[in-house]
Design a protein around this ligand. Structure first.
Ligand code: AHG
Ligand code: MN
Ligand code: MN
Ligand code: MN
Length: 289
């Protein structure tokens, strides 16, 4: 099943065709490199390699005016100017959860396709989604009319679920950061949730979010005492994941408002990130000052 917008389909097909190669390419690229990325993360070889592979291919797509990635300081202008000619800007987290490579746990690739020059608000997204390198390589794609899940084999995309929606009854939760580093109001909220739901935390945003999308519940990486701006990146993680969950009937929040309404300052802005069922996000926003 293809996406109706030809440029979006071209970007999505490029990522899904690259996924098998990326999965294979993780082997032998598990070491860390000297450099840090613009957010100050230690980079593994696979972070840099996946970014170069995807950057070259996506920047070459007609109708893509900008490519930006969590691993690059600057935006890559690819000819058409997004603001002028209606070209799209593609923001990518080439390898999400790359610290899981050492422990051979879940990882993924996140993408957001913005109809605006970067850095952009999440409500300018026309499509977003992620590849999940789990026991099976799957891809979740959200557009303005639906969320679909595919299995990826040998560069082909096979639809496995149309109109993915967040289950109404929450079952799982996962919260990042250390408990003593949580602000008191979040700790109070977390204590309630821990008594009601089952813990699912795997250290990769997309693995943990896919659990929430599958079973219902909430994932949060909150503002921390040590890091009030949060850990996760708005353009590359918060907006795309917020868009997917909101299109699936759930909510996103930075603690006070939908992630998709947050005005970005810088390309690598961080944000507190919460997604999940409506009433869980309501409770979060009412307890977080
Ligand atoms: P990335 O590998 O792209 O830098 O993302 C890692 C992020 C996110 O995937 C995950 O939710 C979070 O870091 C986990 O943080 P902790 O290691 O602090 O739990
Ligand atoms: Mn990183
Ligand atoms: Mn990430
Ligand atoms: Mn990453």
């Amino acid at each position: 099943m293809t996406v109706s917008d030809p440029v979006v389909e071209d970007v999505v097909a490029t990522i899904s065709r690259s996924a098998t190669e990326i999965r294979q390419g993780l082997i032998g690229r598990r070491g860390t490199v000297e450099e840090e990325n613009p957010s100050g993360d230690t980079q593994v070889e696979a972070d840099v390699w996946a970014d170069e592979l995807l950057g070259d291919r996506i920047a070459g797509i007609d109708g893509v005016g900008q490519y930006a990635s969590e691993e690059r300081a600057d935006i890559v202008d690819c000819g058409d100017d997004p603001a002028a000619s209606g070209a799209y800007a593609v923001a990518v987290d080439p390898l999400d959860g790359s610290s899981n490579l050492k422990s051979n746990n879940t990882m993924g690739t996140i993408f957001g396709i913005y109809d605006a020059a970067l850095p952009a608000r999440g409500d300018t997204l026309v499509a977003a989604g992620y590849v999940l390198y789990g026991p099976i390589t799957t891809m979740v794609i959200a557009t303005d009319d639906t969320v679909s899940e595919y299995e990826l084999t040998g560069g082909e995309r096979t639809i496995v679920e149309r109109d993915v929606t967040l289950p109404a009854e929450p079952v799982v939760y996962g919260f990042g950061g250390r408990v003593p580093d949580w602000p008191a109001d979040f700790r109070e909220y977390a204590r309630e949730i821990e008594r009601e739901l089952k813990l699912r935390y795997g250290g990769a945003l997309i693995g943990d979010v896919n659990q929430v999308l599958t079973y219902g519940g909430t994932f949060g990486y909150p503002a921390l005492e040590s890091r009030p701006e949060g850990k996760l990146r708005l353009q590359f993680e918060g907006n795309p994941i917020g868009y997917v969950v909101e299109q699936a009937g759930g909510r996103s929040s930075n603690g006070t408002q939908s992630l998709l309404t947050v005005e970005p300052d810088e390309l690598h802005d961080r944000t507190p990130l919460h997604v999940g069922n409506d009433d869980l996000i309501d409770r979060l926003e009412s307890t977080v000052a």
